[in-house]
Write a protein that binds this ligand. Structure first.
Ligand code: KG4
Ligand code: ZN
Length: 340
């Protein structure tokens, strides 16, 4: 089954064709990052406009690269939640138009389920497994029981891990999105220079709180400025990254032990982080747990992961009609589409 996937939840317009949930025939991504960099973050109105301008062209490119016509596509999958509402609406309405015009099924896909599915196309892992989802808007530990059944066992109480990376990176003078720059700087720094807090979260062994860590970095920078002391940016980055790695590794390994999970999967933009990848590799090797991480090209937002998850949603009999709407915020566990 060949599914055309459409992703427009944030600042990437992407369209892909994926066969049977695993074989990527094309995956075209047009990023708007350069324009948003001028403002230090994503400007929702600009994002929606750029999606409108790009989506037809990106769809043509994805079909051309797959060597297929629209008629040869079996279904249309689209990210409908969560994300920037205006940006999501562009993809959703475009997908509805395509589905109506071609009389193909329309499959709604949750963006975070898509991030998890990036692992199905790239390294063949199959549920059940324990998944750490780390993106600009989400930090969740999820037990993935099947392709469409999820149990959230840990979540952030404040900032998402990607958000903490971007805010700390901004304070250190890096351009938006700063996660990758902070990651590169961390590799050059001394991770023993500063000691940042690792907050315990009341009432849950697996919840996160990253805002205190971000504030600690901001305070360190302000104090140094006031005293006229110059900070080594690479050292600050290395200590920040070390603290994030400690927090994530501790929660994930404890959850794996408690729930008897033998497979750990990383997903989302921050799963590209070299420090987290290396640390999890080391931890999993020690505990003889299988570790799966998407290749860097599938860590960030892309439509191949949406088409892949779309296949499994379809197999689980989830599709929708022309009343599909975009939803800005929605838990991964939501299962309302079950109408065929
Ligand atoms: O999943 P994603 O592409 O978009 C969302 O769904 O949010 O994640 C974007 C986030 C940004 O915060 C970005 O800075 C972060 O992923 N990111 C990284 C790295 N590459 C991307 N954070 C840390 N280290 C990286 N190498
Ligand atoms: Zn994402």
């Amino acid at each position: 089954m060949k599914i055309l996937g459409i992703e427009s939840s944030c600042d990437e317009t992407s369209v892909a064709v994926v066969e049977d949930g695993i074989k990527v025939l094309s995956n075209v991504i047009v990023s708007q990052i350069e324009e948003h960099q001028l403002y230090g973050g994503v400007v929702p109105e600009i994002a929606s406009r750029r999606h409108c301008e790009s989506i037809v062209k990106v769809t043509d490119m994805a079909l051309n690269q797959a060597g297929l016509s629209l008629e040869q596509i079996d279904a249309i999958a689209v990210t409908y939640a969560p994300g920037l509402i205006g940006a999501l609406l562009v993809g959703v309405n475009f997908a509805k138009g395509l589905a109506l015009a071609t009389q193909k099924p329309l499959i709604p896909v949750h963006h975070i389920r898509g991030h998890i599915a990036a692992n199905y196309i790239s390294n063949g892992v199959k549920p059940p497994f324990l998944c750490m989802i780390m993106s600009g808007g989400h930090s969740h530990i999820v037990r993935v029981k099947s392709y469409t059944e999820f149990e959230i066992i840990g979540r952030t109480r404040d900032d998402a891990v990607g958000e903490a990376y971007d805010k700390a990176a901004r304070a250190l003078g890096f351009p938006y999105p700063g996660g990758i720059h902070l990651d590169k700087a961390a590799a050059l720094g001394d991770k023993t220079t500063f000691c940042f807090p690792k907050p315990k979260v009341e009432g849950s062994a697996y919840d996160f709180s990253f805002s205190g860590l971000k504030t600690a970095v901001l305070n360190l920078i302000h104090n140094a400025k006031q005293k006229g002391v110059s900070l080594n940016v690479n050292d600050v980055a290395a200590c920040f990254q070390q603290t994030v790695c400690d927090i994530i590794a501790q929660r994930l390994m404890a959850a794996a032990e408690e729930f008897g999970e033998r497979k750990i999967v990383l997903a989302g933009g921050v799963s590209a982080n070299r420090g987290i990848r290396a640390r999890m590799q080391q931890e999993c090797e020690q505990c003889q747990i299988e570790l799966y991480m998407p290749p860097l090209c599938y860590c960030g937002d892309n439509a191949a992961m949406i088409a892949a998850q779309g296949y499994f949603e379809w197999k689980d009999k989830k599709a929708t009609g022309m009343d599909l709407n975009a939803v800005a915020s929605l838990p991964i566990t939501d299962n309302k589409f079950n109408i065929i």
